[in-house]
Design a protein around this ligand. Structure first.
Ligand SMILES: Cc1ncc(COP(=O)(O)O)c(C=O)c1O
Length: 425
């Protein structure tokens, strides 16, 4: 049962009404297996889309579609204006200084690859250290492995303890004997929900003269992120995780850094002048946007940002904190179940990763699906982290603004059924 929210105290963050919000998401109305409301608990992988985003895609293709930046006819001008307006929306979302600092990419992965390739291959060399964490998604690990392999730089790791909580107690020793050039860290772990204490890591990194890149794939959709207040240099996120279409996301970077970095992909849009013998390159941000971009998808990401900021990111965050706490408490009631990541009551993103003795996470996810409860099972693109924790996989439930306590209750009921099927009761 959903309890009605208590009236908000003056100045307090207004409570979200997830039932009302889910009415904006056509796919949640009925699950494919039971016809009941879909208890979708896999938004960390990709979020569902509100009608506003679906309508935006349709409106672009039906009403104002053309390639951007080139055409002189009306549809081209409208498409370009709608596309470029999203750059300003992203600037405002992140409190960046100027839209020139916003580079559209296919998502977080491409944004990090851009920095690791362009900045990394220009600036790293033997003796230089890139510091990341043992929590990272492969997207913020493999690009740095490659950059270090190409330049002689060295990749080092902030360790996690046996529960997957970061140990930041002795950062200095992690960079001994080298020059720290880049700290590339996840903001909120997709795998465990662990939060990186940026308030501690960023000032320390800056005192070492290092740059900081934040993988915001799991934070930007769920909470207010202010790149200036954080004092960081780069931030990457994916539109599809913030209710937008797939294929669009962004890199934010400090203008003076981006201005110095060489382009990493070459072709149309990113050039200023081309001769047979060579070329000069466009200004920011277009010098990093070679080729036709994801036009309708970027515009759709703008619709998602408008929808999300309409809900209020502080309210979304507060809702998720409550729901994750409730889910955590309820999961701990299940015999044989282990929740990984931060302890109950510690800061945690909207993710609950768990194992259940005597079962495999894939079996858990498959059985839950018969009840239209969707969770993810696997290594969550964090294979080294799984190895570090001595497991192969977890089941992962993740929440968003449209999730209710009833979704969590259905997860718990479904886990009871899993235990029954496996003869664990
Ligand atoms: C923390 C984190 N980083 C990076 C990514 C990669 O995002 P994308 O596949 O949208 O590029 C994900 C996606 O799951 C993620 O959760």
């Amino acid at each position: 049962m959903i309890e009605s929210p208590a009236p908000a105290a003056p100045g307090a963050v207004p409570a979200l009404d997830p039932e009302r919000i889910s009415a904006d998401f056509p796919i949640l109305a009925a699950g494919p297996n039971t016809g009941r409301r879909l208890a979708f608990l896999d938004s960390a992988a990709s979020a569902m889309k509100p009608r506003a985003v679906i309508d935006s895609l349709r409106a672009t293709y039906e009403g104002a579609y053309a390639n951007v930046h080139r055409g002189v006819y009306a549809h081209a001008a409208t498409a370009t204006a709608n596309f470029e307006a999203v750059r300003e929306q992203v600037r405002a979302l992140l409190n960046a200084r100027t839209p020139r600092e916003v580079i559209f990419t296919r998502g977080t992965t491409e944004a990090i690859n851009l920095v690791a390739y362009s900045w990394g291959r220009t600036n790293l060399g033997p003796g230089d250290i890139v510091l990341t964490t043992e929590l990272e998604h492969h997207s913020n690990l493999v690009p740095w492995q490659q950059a270090c392999a190409a330049t002689g730089g060295e990749l080092r790791f902030i360790p996690v303890d046996d529960d997957g909580v970061l140990d930041v107690s002795d950062l200095d020793s992690l960079v001994a004997g080298g020059t720290l050039r880049m700290v590339a860290v996840v903001h909120a772990s997709n795998s465990l929900g662990t939060i990186t204490p940026l308030d501690l890591v960023v000032p320390w990194a800056k005192a070492q003269g290092s740059l900081v890149l934040v993988d915001g794939a799991q934070s930007v959709p769920h909470t207010s992120v202010d790149v200036q207040a954080l004092g960081i240099d780069f931030l990457a996120f994916s539109g599809h995780k913030l209710m937008g279409p797939t294929g669009a996301g962004a890199l934010w970077g400090r203008e003076e850094l981006l201005a110095e970095m060489p382009p990493w992909q070459f072709g149309g849009e990113m050039i200023r002048r081309v001769e047979y013998a060579g070329a000069t390159f466009n200004d920011l941000p277009w010098k990093f946007e070679a080729g036709t971009p994801a036009i309708a998808e970027v515009i759709g990401m703008g619709a998602a940002i408008e929808y999300l900021t309409g809900l209020g990111l502080d309210a979304v965050h507060a809702h998720e904190v409550q729901l994750v706490r409730y889910g955590h408490e309820r999961l701990l009631e299940v015999p044989g179940l282990r929740v990984l990541g931060p302890a109950l009551g510690e800061p945690r993103g909207g993710v609950l990763s768990f194992t259940l003795e005597g079962t495999h996470p894939h079996d858990i996810a498959t059985l839950l699906d018969t009840q239209d409860v969707n969770v993810r099972a696997g290594h969550h693109c964090t294979q080294p982290l799984m190895k570090r924790l001595g497991i192969h996989a977890t089941a992962r439930a993740s929440v968003y603004a449209y999730n209710t306590r009833e979704d969590v209750d259905r997860l718990i009921d479904g886990l009871g059924e899993v235990r029954r099927v496996f003869g664990l009761t």
